[in-house]
Design a binder for this molecule. Structure first.
Ligand SMILES: *Cc1c(COP(=O)(O)O)cnc(C)c1O
Length: 418
């Protein structure tokens, strides 16, 4: 970057030189996690004897697709689960989570969302907002939300007041999503899962793992989660997967979910993979590194914007469990200018100017800057958020740390000029 070309070269040079050394220790910690997760994947690929023919894909019914089945086993090993289903037929993370829950719930059952408000798109699925046909409410599956503590933590003691004989599943959403609460690190998830299992061994625990994969050394499956799900255009696709989602967990629960993805009787045994498998295998193998780059980018974003006087969440130099970095801007214009500038410094559609507008599944006007190779892929650098007070933008992803560094630096420089 030629700092002299910036509008504020003196300030920015000063900030960049300060955070360069300040970031070193946390970047080293990130490198350690990348190495552990890369080693885990290497073992999983060797153990499953992944071969060229596994990358080919199938058509039609997709019977006997050995690559598809091997990909499921590789995911299961990496996520600490017994089984997994990884498919291009999952439209998104929301779809995978929906299939996982729907497949394992029956009319009259109750779900407790123990991590507070569900992610916006899930509210629609559960029937907490809107009247989308086929939502959980229509099937008499009732959701209750356990309010968080004042610190935004899961209020385990208060679970006693909610659990009843109909409670079948407790859901924990690892990443904060668009909420201001802290995300839930694996060691806390473990404590929460242990608590639930100690008191109510018959209740299943589901983890919405979106944005969490490979940010830490362990995954929810390693600490007792019964079932988890996520999106392949976030962390586990490594930027290469073009679409898809996964569900991982206990075998019979994954199979019940598969009945919802396809049909009862077909379950996991069919589903053509087309051209999906080569990108899915290669992307999953690269995912620990790409996630590491994105986390380094998030640490950089927090450090630089904090220097410039903005409030960031999480704070720089703190350990992460997901990719989400939020920054609170002072007003609407600043937030829009920053997001537009991120778009301008993206590899694809850089000339497009994002403006706030409504988005299906989300409440209110949202601005979305995403100059990505894969539409909506939030493992690639994107900046978005509801354009309303307190003007918080969520900045996540980045296929390379250096791209995040460049884009965020230019965006700050341009925003400082408005
Ligand atoms: C992204 C995300 C989802 C699912 O979103 P999709 O856009 O449907 O993939 C669900 N929960 C959380 C916490 C997420 O971050």
């Amino acid at each position: 970057m030629n700092i002299e070309e910036l509008n504020h070269p003196v300030l920015i040079r000063q900030w960049l030189s300060e955070i360069k050394t300040e970031l070193n220790p946390i970047h080293q910690e990130i490198d350690n996690i990348v190495e552990i997760n890369q080693g885990k994947l290497l073992k999983a690929y060797q153990r499953e004897k992944i071969s060229s023919h596994h990358l080919q894909g199938s058509d039609g019914y997709g019977y006997d697709d050995e690559g598809r089945e091997a990909l499921g086993r590789v995911y299961a090993h990496a996520l600490g689960s017994e089984a997994a289903i990884v498919r291009p037929q999952f439209v998104s993370g929301t779809h995978a989570i929906t299939a996982a829950l729907f497949g394992n719930l029956r009319p009259g059952d109750e779900i407790i969302y123990a991590s507070g408000n569900p992610y916006d798109t899930m509210k629609e699925v559960l029937g907490l907002v809107g009247h989308s046909p086929g939502n959980f409410r229509e099937y008499h599956i009732h959701t209750r939300i356990l309010p968080l503590t004042a610190e935004g933590k899961v209020n385990l003691e208060k679970l006693w007041e909610m659990v009843n004989s109909k409670t079948k599943w407790i859901v924990l959403q690892r990443s904060c999503g668009y909420d201001e609460r802290p995300s839930i690190p694996i060691r806390e998830l473990k404590r929460q899962i242990d608590y639930i299992k100690n008191h109510w061994p018959h209740i299943y625990v589901f983890i919405d793992n979106c944005y969490g994969e490979f940010v830490e050394e362990k995954e929810p499956g390693n600490v007792g989660a019964d079932l988890l799900a996520g999106s392949l255009i976030k962390n586990p696709g490594g930027g290469l997967a073009k679409t898809g989602g996964y569900i991982a967990g206990n075998k019979e629960l994954v199979e019940a979910a598969a009945s919802r993805l396809s049909a009862p009787g077909i379950g996991m045994d069919a589903g053509a993979t087309g051209g999906f498998l080569d990108n899915a295998f290669q992307g999953f193998f690269l995912a620990p590194m790409v996630v590491g780059e994105a986390v380094k980018g998030a640490q950089f974003t927090a450090a630089l914007l904090q220097k410039a006087g903005f409030q960031t969440n999480p704070k720089p130099f703190t350990p992460r469990t997901d990719l989400i970095q939020s920054v609170t801007f002072q007003d609407r214009d600043q937030m829009i200018a920053f997001c537009q500038s991120i778009q301008k410094h993206s590899p694809v559609n850089a000339h497009a100017v994002p403006i706030p507008g409504p988005l299906p599944g989300y409440e209110g006007d949202v601005i979305m800057a995403a100059g990505t190779f894969v539409q909506g892929a939030s493992i690639e650098l994107s900046a978005d958020g509801p354009v309303k007070p307190p003007y918080i933008a969520y900045i996540q992803g980045g296929l390379s740390f250096v791209h995040v560094k460049l884009a965020v630096t230019y965006a700050l420089d341009e925003m400082l000029s408005i």
